[in-house]
Design a protein around this ligand. Sequence first.
Ligand code: COA
Ligand code: AMP
Length: 644
Amino acid sequence: MQSTYFDVYRDWQAAPEDFWRRQAEKLHWFKPVEKVFDKDQGVYGRWFTGGETNTCYNCIDRHVKAGRGEQDALIYDSAMNGTKRIFTYSQVLDEVQAIAAVLRNCGVGKGDRVIIYMPMVPEAVFSMLACARLGAIHSVVFGGFAAHELAARIDDCGAKVVVSASCGLEPGRVVAYKPLLDHAIDLAKVKPDACLILQRDELHTPLRYEHGDMDFSRAVEAEKNKGTVVPCQPVAATDPLYILYTSGTTGQPKGVVRDNGGHMVALNWTMDNLFGVKPGEVFWAASDIGWVVGHSYIVYGPLLAGNTTVLFEGKPVGTPDAGTYWRIVSEYDVKVLFTAPTAFRAIRRDDPEAAMAAEYDLSGMRALFLAGERADTETLKWAEQVLKVPVIDHWWQTETGWPMVGNPVGLGLLPFKPGSPTRPMPGYTIHVLDDEGHPVVSNTLGNIVVKLPLPPGCLVSFWNADDRFRQTCLEEFPGYYKTADAGLLDDDDYLFVMARTDDIINCAGHRLSTGAMEEVCATHPDVAECAVVGVADSLKGQIPCGFLVLKNNVTREEKLIEREVIDLIRNEIGPVAAFRTVMVVKRLPKTRSGKILRGTMQKIADGLPWKMPATIDDPAILEEIIEILKAHGYAKASDAGTAA
Ligand code: COA
Ligand code: AMP
């Protein structure tokens, strides 16, 4: 009889190490694991110590050796330029090997860092795998980030080589990457030895050969012609596979480090058990390789499990229309789709009756998974009606690398509760604690934490910053990992995720730090102080909203300054910050100890009930803020002093 969720969760609870040992046995190891978990290594212990493996081998070579080389591995579909290409596992192996050879010629070896700053093209995925093959550590930077952010990442990881492209394609514009990359390298203290540039047809960029630029395709083609063989470099299970920078509580991004062993074991478990996809079936994560969803579920998870993955370049709407997702699902027989709720809000907004869905055969699809932000019930219900398959909310974050809480299709679905991503996956014990670290009774809001040790696949630390990892994630609640999400567990241990406890906002499924935006606003010469909060948005979930206090002597027009601040954020952080709403205010509301009342401002802007904080310095300031927000179309339902 097939195991149910409760069997498997109990199994894991009873003997966690046996559970993970059994999962590890499903993958290839060059040297067997000595200890499944060694509590004395790393910040909170390390998984699969003594073992040696290679993630690229397990994703590609293993399947080819098992006789499945002719199976489709990667489907590339660009709604931006109409390109469609399908690569079998054998073809992916050839591509990856040639790129690995080029990287090796550039001096890249085990432990070296390679930045990948690329749009959604197959070469980006192959480059990630090529790094893994060499035992090098990749760090993919999302294309919507500007030069300054890229420079910060080049410096922090000490990149030896950058792999990039001439351009990305956004609706209505070609985004020239090369000037951004050149500017980033000028800004960075670390100068990479080489930059491999993929020339796309939409834009050919001049190469600075004297600075180490190389034509990606020409170099790769040469290695293919030579038939260069690059074996997979055995690495320790505990060696890093990648660094993925994510927004933290300051402008300095946190380099989440993922290891090789734990990562492959955990992801491989999820494909069948959580997502319910079998080898040979098509799985599509409609995300971007610059985010964790792209790492785990466009690249590594599906390939480890021998699925066919889809790499889609385009948007849910406007490329060309709200039927694009349905075209992909029917054309490639997608069994399981994973995306962010914001994508479905966009489709629903453009095609509320789902007339376009009716034009395609979606009968092959078995489930839709949503994550990255809170799944609102309206969107969830709409998706269910349109697709007639289970729509499954699941909760996780860049740091964990795979879902903490979900509803496992492969183990038989649990009953749904609206607003809840359901129950913890094996590996995770979730608690809710009050601010003093005491467990709260069920149905009470508090800090969501995970009992240590974190399971395989979660971050092992921040790059070169163990202390920052301890301070940010482990110290506040000893014995637990702090998720920085707030929520509650009900009587059936179903989790409800309500809000962040830090400055992170989720805008169109993109994770952004309002603190980082404040740091940039503050650099404008006319700005004395500022606050940025996330306000509700019907499409993107949340969008940043800036409040600026100008210096006393400023006489320039306020509108001009607001425009300059918007441009500043776009140029410093990138267009992905979606920073378009900013207002000049006379003063910012603060507590008597000088803390800006961001939470209260956010509630007012969203028209939610709010309470005059007892510690407020000057209540009149909130009245001023309400007036300005109302003038900008916010705070519709807010009246000063409404009781919470
Ligand atoms: N390279 C360059 N620029 C990018 C970019 C990239 N990879 N991704 C986004 N941008 C730009 C956009 O073009 C836009 O620029 P603009 O200000 O000139 O219009 C800006 O960043 C903001 O982008 P976004 O917030 O994504 O808004 P949008 O209106 O372009 O699209 C959605 C809205 C909802 C359609 C889109 O965000 C979406 O598909 N989201 C899915 C979320 C997702 O994949 N999340 C990953 C986790 S599952
Ligand atoms: P990221 O690191 O970009 O994946 O963002 C992680 C954060 O997004 C989480 O800490 C949550 O705040 C939010 N998030 C992700 N998935 C969900 C979900 N299913 N429900 C509510 N919030 C979510």
